[in-house]
Design a protein around this ligand. Structure first.
Ligand code: ZN
Ligand code: ZN
Length: 309
C-alpha cells in the first residue's frame, strides 16, 4: 500500500499496514481486520436471516476472505453457515481451485457442498463452449446461478451470501448508467420466493481492504487465472474507476452508495416484469423459455443478458 511506512495506527500505537485514503486514517493489522469484520457483522445484523445461510464459495480471494470473516466472528453471528461451491468443469484450472477450496473448508471446519455442471446439466463448461462462438463467461454466469440455486434448494438454504465488494457495486453502477437502460439502473432483479435471497456482506468494504484482509490472514494465494477470462466491459470500467479513485479518493464508495440509494428510493417506481415459468424446465425466468434452457439447447443469443451482480 502507499505512503504508510513507519506510520502508526490512528486508533492505537501499532504500526499501520493500511492507509484509508477516504477517511484519511491509518490502520494496523488488528484494526483493519476489526473494520472488515465489523462491516460484515453490521450487514448481517440489519438483515433478517434464517438460522442457516449459504456462502457462495468459489475458492477465489473475495469468497475466501468472506468465509474467513464469518469464521472469525461466528460467536457474534445471528446465524450459522455452510459453504457452497460450483464446479463448472474447466480443464486445467478448476481442479486445483476446487481442491484449494476443499482444503480451506477442512482447515476452517466449515461444512462444504459442491455441485458440478456435469451432474446437473450433463455437460461441463468446456463441453458447452467447445467449437462455439458463444461467450464462455456469460454462459458460465447463467449456468452457475442456476447450479447454485439447485444446490441451495437441496440444502434448504434460502439466503446466499456472496463475496461481492464495494468496487463490484461501483462497477455495476457505472455499467448500468452507460447502458442507457433505465430499467437496469432502477429495478434490478425482481424478487421471487423461488430464488434464494442474495446478500453481500462486503458491500461497504473496498477491494483493497478485502485483498489486504485475505493477505493478513494468510489466505492470498496466486491462483491461476480462468482460461476463459477475456477483456470485458466490466474490466474496462474497473480500470477506469481505479484511475479515478487514485485521483479522487472516495469516488468508488460514492458510485456504489449512489446505486444503492437510487435502487432503494426509486426501485419501486418501475413496473417489474413478473417471472414466468419456463415451458421447458419450469423454473421462473423472463421469457417463455429460460436463459438456462436456451444455453443448453444452443438457442441463446445473449439478447436478455442481465448486468446485475
Ligand atoms: Zn490499531
Ligand atoms: Zn428452462
Amino acid at each position: 500500500m502507499v505512503d504508510n511506512h513507519q506510520k502508526t495506527c490512528t486508533h492505537c500505537l501499532r504500526p499501520a499496514v493500511y492507509l484509508d485514503r477516504v477517511r484519511e486514517i491509518h490502520l494496523c493489522r488488528e484494526h483493519l481486520m476489526a473494520f472488515v469484520e465489523g462491516q460484515v457483522l453490521a450487514h448481517l445484523e440489519k438483515t433478517n436471516l434464517p438460522p442457516v445461510i449459504g456462502i457462495a464459495f468459489s475458492g477465489g480471494k473475495d469468497s475466501t476472505a468472506l468465509l474467513k470473516a464469518f469464521c472469525r466472528i461466528h460467536n457474534d453471528l445471528p446465524c450459522s453457515f455452510l459453504a457452497m461451491t460450483v464446479d463448472e468443469g474447466i480443464e486445467g484450472y478448476r481442479q486445483d481451485t476446487i481442491r484449494a477450496a476443499e482444503e480451506i473448508c477442512r482447515v476452517l471446519g466449515v461444512p462444504h457442498h459442491i455441485i458440478r455442471f456435469q451432474d446437473v446439466f450433463g455437460h461441463s463448461l468446456d463441453q458447452l463452449v467447445a467449437g462455439s462462438e458463444r461467450n464462455a463467461c456469460t454462459i458460465c454466469g447463467i449456468l452457475r446461478r442456476r447450479a447454485l440455486e439447485i444446490l441451495a434448494r437441496r440444502l434448504e438454504i434460502r439466503v446466499i451470501a456472496t463475496g461481492h465488494n464495494q468496487d463490484d457495486h461501483a462497477q455495476t453502477a457505472i455499467m448500468n448508467a452507460i447502458s442507457g437502460d433505465e430499467k437496469k439502473i432502477f429495478s434490478g432483479f425482481a424478487e421471487s420466493d423461488w430464488y434464494a435471497r442474495r446478500i453481500k456482506p462486503f458491500a461497504r468494504v473496498s477491494e483493497r481492504e478485502v485483498t489486504l484482509y485475505a493477505i493478513l490472514n494468510g489466505l492470498f494465494h496466486d491462483l491461476p487465472e480462468c482460461p476463459y477470462a477475456v477483456s470485458s466491459l466490466r474490466g474496462e470500467v474497473r480500470t477506469l474507476l481505479y484511475r479515478y479513485e487514485l485521483k479522487h479518493p472516495g469516488s468508488m464508495r460514492n458510485a456504489a452508495r449512489c446505486e444503492e440509494e437510487i435502487r432503494q428510493r426509486l426501485g419501486g417506481s418501475f413496473t417489474r416484469n413478473p417471472y414466468q415459468a419456463c415451458v421447458s424446465c419450469g423454473w421462473p425466468g423472463s421469457g417463455r423459455v429460460c436463459q438456462v434452457c436456451k444455453v443448453l439447447n444452443d438457442t441463446w443469443t445473449g439478447e436478455d443478458k442481465a448486468d446485475h451482480i
